[in-house]
Write a protein that binds this ligand. Structure first.
Ligand SMILES: *Cc1c(COP(=O)(O)O)cnc(C)c1O
Length: 339
């Protein structure tokens, strides 16, 4: 593959801007394990305030953030409920089971990405000794770039409350959802006890996620973060990037969504492609498997990076692709299908 010049593989590929690097270089720091880093403390306070929760914890990755949340809701031998394709079940190397001794109870997704409320309710275990004890339900929104309805989250919260369960949101891209819905993130996350937000995706920071939520759960997560080796020292250097991202890179997510839509419209002109119109910055395109292989390879040879397999491509827009990247990528797509 040639060097990628138009990189649609993921919104994790963004590089810190000059302004972000300047903020990082200027950050006031201290030892965060001692609670001494003013920039980390400010980021945690700001995130807790923005989301309307008690407390927040800066962590190295979204994977660690989800794991800490599950470990705070559950003890050894307890169980969490999540979608079959949820990141915290399928894409985190089984960490909850391996490191937390927490059993997953995956639930099938419906066509719209939600889990049926009846399926969730049926999977909740009683106190019978045969069962692991269900402690928490984990939702994910956006889910594969799709915005799941706020009503759905509220309805799952009702189920959780009825059974005395905790509720966690993997909101890696929750800001994308809120920009798409034109909704205050406080309202979006209101039903949840814990929420995980990625700073290193569309928000453009080089490192970091924040776990936000109820005081007792975040205190427990802080202890578990140390246990897992995620206690950092002068991490204000990294938190400064997060603060810069919150200030400059949230409302502009609308541009990424517009560009994903422009890509979708351009790709949909080709009859061989089945394009799902994107809600946010992630675009899915389905096609015959053999076509997919040739098409993805062609794009790669011409400097356009997308992820693709089994006749499905994923295109992701972000801070480091602009209008010209979209236009040039679509011109190459047209050339492929003309040739
Ligand atoms: C990226 C992502 C994560 C994990 O984040 P990392 O920082 O890559 O560990 C968790 N959940 C979702 C939905 C994600 O997209």
């Amino acid at each position: 593959m040639n060097a990628i010049r138009h990189d649609f593989r993921s919104d994790t590929v963004t590089k810190p801007s000059a302004g972000m690097r300047a903020a990082m270089a200027a950050a006031e720091v201290g030892d965060d394990v001692f609670g001494d880093d003013p920039t980390v403390n400010l980021l945690e306070q700001r995130m807790a305030g923005m989301l309307g929760k008690d407390a927040a914890l800066f962590v190295p990755s979204g994977t660690m953030s989800n794991l800490l949340a599950l470990m705070s809701h559950c003890g050894r031998g307890d169980e969490f409920i999540a979608g079959q394709d949820a990141h915290c079940y399928k894409y985190e190397a089984g960490g909850a089971a391996v490191l937390g001794s927490i059993q997953p109870q995956p639930i099938a997704h419906q066509a719209d990405g939600t889990m049926a409320l009846g399926d969730i309710e049926a999977a909740i275990k009683s106190g019978d000794n045969h069962f692991a004890t269900t402690r928490v339900i984990a939702l994910e929104n956006t889910f594969g770039g799709r915005v799941l309805p706020v009503d759905y989250m509220t309805a799952v919260a009702d189920v959780a409350a009825r059974h005395g369960l905790g509720l966690h949101l993997d909101g890696a891209r929750a800001f994308n959802a809120c920009v798409a819905l034109d909704l205050d993130i406080k309202d979006f996350v209101a039903p949840f006890d814990t929420v995980s937000i990625c700073l290193s995706k569309g928000l453009g920071a080089p490192v970091g996620s924040v776990l936000v939520g109820r005081q007792d759960l975040i205190e427990m997560a802080r202890r578990h973060r140390k246990m897992l080796g995620g206690g950092l020292r002068q991490s204000g250097i990294l938190a400064a990037a997060g603060l810069h991202a919150l200030e400059h890179n949230v409302s502009r997510l609308a541009e990424d969504h517009r560009r994903a839509k422009a890509l979708a419209e351009g790709l949909a002109r080709h009859a061989a492609l089945r394009v799902t119109m994107p809600d946010t910055n992630i675009l899915w395109v389905d096609m015959a498997a053999d076509l997919g292989e040739r098409f993805t390879a062609y794009l790669g040879e011409h400097g356009v990076g997308v992820t693709g397999r089994y006749g499905q491509q994923r295109w992701v827009t972000h801070l480091d692709v602009d209008e010209a990247d979209v236009t040039q990528a679509l011109a190459l797509v047209d050339r492929f299908f003309a040739g």
